[in-house]
Design a binder for this molecule. Structure first.
Ligand SMILES: NC(=O)c1ccc[n+]([C@@H]2O[C@H](COP(=O)([O-])OP(=O)(O)OC[C@H]3O[C@@H](n4cnc5c(N)ncnc54)[C@H](O)[C@@H]3O)[C@@H](O)[C@H]2O)c1
Length: 281
């Protein structure tokens, strides 16, 4: 018996990192999973990993910046599995990084389209199918950056703070429908998002990030998957409107280095000197 037996989940950004780990965890807990991502090849690999383990999953190519794609994603879940119980709004990018004076307005907007508007739409399109299912669990990936801003990550942190606020207001509106709305605030998790821009790649990230917080090991995608599986399950039936911090203690303020120092953004333009996050002091 899994925690999520018989449930159907949609997960964005499920081709990599926390989204992939959560897709695999949900499937191991008994859910059928609709894997959504821009990256079709890696998304199909997530599906292959799940189906090799005997569970059910399908891939839907999705740009979360597109309203049409997101609508099509939820339609696919209903067409494929006939119901929707869990939505994990997780896809993300570093977005517009650097000093305020260097951030282009259009890069600011793109950051909010992917990190915040997509979460609004993911919640919006979950409501009707979840009402029909008698309730559901919507989870979004925010960040400790949404609680405590980091140097050089103005747009990212503001967009994640908006996700935390939207989580609370949506929880107020949807409680009567038994639709729970929560978010997770990860600390530093070793995924391509943080090591793509590092010369030493994944290993360098793991070493550096092990020193960032009171628990002296780097965060793993599976740490987030475990929290998502709990929030998605009926064990969390009285939990809504919360921001679950999963960060090895980073948010205590005891961090020895800034999270921004190794962040791989910007995703919208080639990294150059004027668009780099300032080094942490
Ligand atoms: N890694 C960290 O330390 C950290 C910390 C806090 C929050 N987060 C957040 O966690 C979430 C997952 O990130 P991750 O660290 O697993 O990174 P990742 O790069 O491993 O995975 C992100 C996935 O999102 C997909 N994606 C990006 N833009 C998309 C779009 N427009 N449409 C559809 N898919 C898109 C990518 O293709 C990728 O598969 C993000 O929202 C990120 O902001 C990450």
């Amino acid at each position: 018996m899994g925690k999520l037996d018989g449930k159907v989940a949609v997960i964005t950004g499920a081709a990599s990192g926390m989204g992939r780990a959560t897709a695999v965890r949900f499937a191991n807990e008994g859910a059928a999973v609709v894997v959504a991502d821009l990256n079709s090849q890696a998304g199909e690999e997530t599906v292959a990993e799940i189906t090799a383990g005997g569970a059910s999953a399908v891939f839907q190519h999705t740009d979360v910046g597109s309203d049409k794609d997101l609508k099509a994603l939820f339609d696919r879940a209903l067409k494929e599995y006939g119901r929707l119980d869990i939505t994990f709004n997780n896809a993300g990018v570093g977005g517009a990084t650097g000093r305020l004076s260097d951030i282009a307005p259009e890069d600011w907007d793109k950051t909010f389209v992917i990190l915040t508007r997509a979460v609004f739409l993911g919640i919006k399109y979950s409501i009707e199918p979840m009402r029909k299912a008698g309730g559901g669990s919507i989870i979004s990936t925010a960040s400790v950056g949404g609680l405590r801003p980091a140097a050089g990550l103005h747009a990212y942190c503001a967009a994640k703070a908006a996700v935390i606020s939207l989580t609370q207001s949506a929880a107020i509106e949807l409680g009567r429908d038994r639709i729970r709305v929560n978010c997770i605030c990860p600390g530093g998790i070793v995924t391509p998002l943080v090591y793509r821009g590092m010369p030493g790649g994944e290993e360098e990230a793991r070493r550096n990030m092990a020193r960032q917080q009171p628990i002296p090991r780097a965060g793993k995608p599976e740490d987030i998957a475990a929290m998502a599986a709990f929030l998605a399950s009926d064990e969390a039936e009285w939990i809504t409107g919360t921001s679950m911090v999963v960060d090895g203690g980073l948010n205590t303020g005891n961090a020895r280095t800034s999270f921004a120092a190794g962040f791989s953004g910007p995703s919208f333009r080639r990294r150059d000197r004027t668009n780099q996050a300032p080094r942490a002091r």
